[in-house]
Design a protein around this ligand. Structure first.
Ligand SMILES: [Mg+2]
Length: 331
C-alpha cells in the first residue's frame, strides 16, 4: 500500500495511490514530486501536509542533503527542479494545488525564483539554506544547519517583509544596475565553476577598466542623481556578511539606494574599504538615500541583477510593497 495525500484548493485533501492513472501529472510523484510519504506518521502535525519543498538539486550540497531532508520532513512533499525557471513554475503549481507554505531549499537564486512564483499569493515562504550564496538566510537569521532551519519552519513564526520589484521582477535582498550586473553577465557558469570568486574579481577588474555607463536616477520631487552604477537594498547585507545598506529596514516600505559616481579601479578599492569600515554613505562621490519608487535610466543598455540573477536591462523601474511577503523566521 503506497498512499499519499495532497491538499486541494477547497482546503480538504485528495488521496491517491501511486499507481492511480487518473491522477493529474502535477500530483504524480514519478513526474514532478521527489517523494510523497504516507500519512501514518503520528508525530507530525497535520498542517505539515500543506508544506511543499522546492529543492534545486543543482545548488551546491542539495543533492547530498536530499536524503537527510527526506528523513527530516516526513509527510511533506518535496519537488526537485529540472533547470533554470523551474522553481518558479513548480511554486506556481504548488500554490494552485493548495499548498500554504512553500519552502525554498537552495541558494539565493532558488529563493528568488520561488518568490517570483509566489508573487502576491497569501502563502508563507520557508527557507532551507543550501547552495553557494545564502545572503537572504543570513539577513533573517535563519540557521544554516538543516535540522535547525527545519525547526524554524515547523515553529511557524511569520514575519511580513517588504517585497521589492525591478521592472516587475520580484526580489527580496538586493539588486544592482551596472557594475555588479555586468560582472554577473560576463561570468559564464563554466568559468564561475572553475575559478570561483577569483573569476568575479578578474571580471570586476576588466569591467572597471572600461568606460562606465552614465546613469540617471530619478525619484519623484527630487533632483536627478547621476552615477556609474547603482545598488538597491531591501535588506542590509550584500553579497555575503557585508552590511552594505547599514540603515536598511526590511519592513519600512522603503528601498535603500546607493548611487556611485566613479567606477575606476582606484575608486572601487576606496568604496570597498568604505564598506568594510561602514563609512561608505559619507563619501562625497556616493549618494545614499531611501525611496519607495525610483527609475534608473542610462545612455546605453546596462544590465540589471536582482538577488544575484540577471533580470534584464535599463531603464529599470524599482518599487517596493510594504510587508507583502510572509516569511518563516526564528522566534
Ligand atoms: Mg527598507
Amino acid at each position: 500500500m503506497d498512499e499519499g495525500v495532497e491538499p486541494c484548493r477547497s482546503g480538504g485533501y485528495s488521496y491517491y495511490r501511486h499507481n492511480d492513472k487518473n491522477r493529474p501529472d502535477d500530483q504524480n510523484p514519478a513526474k514532478s514530486t521527489h517523494r510523497v510519504q504516507p500519512t501514518s506518521h503520528s508525530d507530525e502535525e497535520p498542517t505539515l501536509n500543506r508544506i511543499c519543498i522546492i529543492a534545486n538539486p543543482a545548488a551546491r550540497g542539495v543533492r547530498a542533503r536530499l536524503e537527510s531532508l527526506e528523513r527530516l520532513t516526513r509527510n511533506v512533499v518535496i519537488k526537485t527542479t529540472q533547470g533554470p525557471g523551474d522553481a518558479e513554475a513548480q511554486t506556481e503549481r504548488a500554490i494552485d494545488q493548495g499548498f500554504e507554505t512553500i519552502v525554498a531549499a537552495g541558494g539565493d537564486g532558488t529563493i528568488n525564483e520561488v518568490v517570483n512564483g509566489i508573487g502576491h499569493a497569501p502563502v508563507a515562504l520557508g527557507i532551507l539554506p543550501m547552495g553557494t550564496v545564502n545572503v537572504f538566510a543570513l539577513e533573517l537569521g535563519i540557521p544554516f544547519n538543516l535540522l535547525a532551519a527545519w525547526k524554524v519552519i515547523r515553529a511557524r513564526k511569520i514575519r511580513s517583509i517588504d517585497l521589492a520589484s525591478a521592472n516587475g521582477h520580484l526580489f527580496v535582498q538586493m539588486a544592482g544596475v551596472g557594475l555588479d550586473a555586468q560582472i554577473v553577465e560576463r561570468n559564464s557558469r563554466r568559468v564561475k565553476h572553475v575559478l570561483g570568486p577569483l573569476s568575479y574579481l578578474l571580471t570586476a577588474t576588466q569591467v572597471a577598466a572600461e568606460r562606465p555607463p552614465r546613469l540617471r536616477v530619478l525619484v519623484e520631487n527630487q533632483p536627478a542623481r547621476e552615477g556609474s552604477f547603482v545598488l538597491v537594498g531591501n535588506g542590509r547585507f550584500y553579497g555575503g556578511p557585508f552590511s552594505l545598506f547599514n540603515e536598511a529596514d526590511i519592513q519600512d516600505g522603503l528601498l535603500d539606494v546607493y548611487v556611485f559616481k566613479s567606477m575606476n579601479y582606484v575608486a572601487l578599492m576606496r568604496y570597498f574599504r568604505g564598506v568594510l569600515f561602514g563609512s561608505l554613505a559619507k563619501f562625497s562621490d556616493v549618494h545614499y538615500f531611501k525611496a519607495n519608487h525610483l527609475v534608473v535610466k542610462s545612455d546605453r543598455h546596462v544590465p540589471l541583477e536582482a538577488d544575484g540573477e540577471l533580470a534584464g536591462h535599463s531603464p529599470v523601474e524599482f518599487s517596493v510593497r510594504r510587508r507583502k511577503l510572509r516569511v518563516l523566521v526564528p522566534a
